[in-house]
Design a protein around this ligand. Sequence first.
Ligand SMILES: NC(=O)c1ccc[n+]([C@@H]2O[C@H](COP(=O)([O-])OP(=O)(O)OC[C@H]3O[C@@H](n4cnc5c(N)ncnc54)[C@H](OP(=O)(O)O)[C@@H]3O)[C@@H](O)[C@H]2O)c1
Length: 282
Amino acid sequence: MRIAVTGAAGHLGRHIIDSLLARDVAAGDIVAIVRTASKAADLAERGITVAEAAYEDTAALTSALRGVDRLVLVSGSEVGRRLAQHTSILDAAKAAGVGFIAYTSLLNAETSELSLAPEHRDTEALLASSGIDHVLLRNGWYWENYASNLDAARATGHLFGAAGEGRVAGAARRDYAEAAAVVVTTDGHAGKTYELGGQPSITYPELAQAIGTVVGAEVSYVDQSVEEYQQTLEGAGLPTEIAQMLAGWDVAIAGGALETASTDLEDLIGRPATPAAEALAA
Ligand SMILES: NC(=O)c1ccc[n+]([C@@H]2O[C@H](COP(=O)([O-])OP(=O)(O)OC[C@H]3O[C@@H](n4cnc5c(N)ncnc54)[C@H](OP(=O)(O)O)[C@@H]3O)[C@@H](O)[C@H]2O)c1
């Protein structure tokens, strides 16, 4: 059985390939779809087929996907362009006769107030009308997203945010990657939707404690208004547009966008997800 992974030279894609290999998929049965082949030279050296195909290039994607049985569609990273990119990938998958797709969506995609959610909802709808068997992997936040807070925490003793008492059911990228490898190497996942997050979910004050463990100092959470937090981010050098987007995400987090009680992640990978401190220390 041949398995392809998009975004294969990225962080999650590389973990997925490692997880496939760890699950005894032969390197020769893995197709790594990448935008720039030179970024995946190490994968080619390991015997993996590297196919260069931008998400916009349906013809190149179709040729990369010929002979592929199952595809892990790692969602694109260019917000605002992703629906067109995912449409192109699905058109290619149909043309190439791919039988099964695992799509990395967003936790609580149906109801999420995160600005990232509409593209995931629209992609889920595309998949539903594609006629291709598929599974939705609704990934929660990567703990690694908070790695950029470590230096500020070291310098100030604080984690800043606007998430209030909102809880985050996060996990390490490698946990989500393992779940993706499980659903494409075992049967019975077509038509399923998995809400993936680590248990127990934690609040930002608890996240600050975890960051404190990593930096070896006491770190406390400072809850700001959305306007104050945006200013904090701009003060740290982020462009206004990005600061506004990140502060907006915290408002959604305060409203529960990244909270779940689902145990789908640990059920799929057969172990608890990686705690925040451990993921951030790595
Ligand atoms: N759950 C979360 O917390 C979270 C956080 C961040 C992102 N995400 C989502 O999860 C995905 C994987 O995360 P990640 O950390 O692995 O991101 P990443 O390291 O940025 O990897 C994304 C990969 O997608 C490739 N890519 C982007 N646009 C492409 C295009 N137009 N054509 C072909 N390849 C393209 C990139 O290629 P290049 O190397 O050539 O740029 C990169 O290798 C992201 O794309 C995003 O949808 C989720």
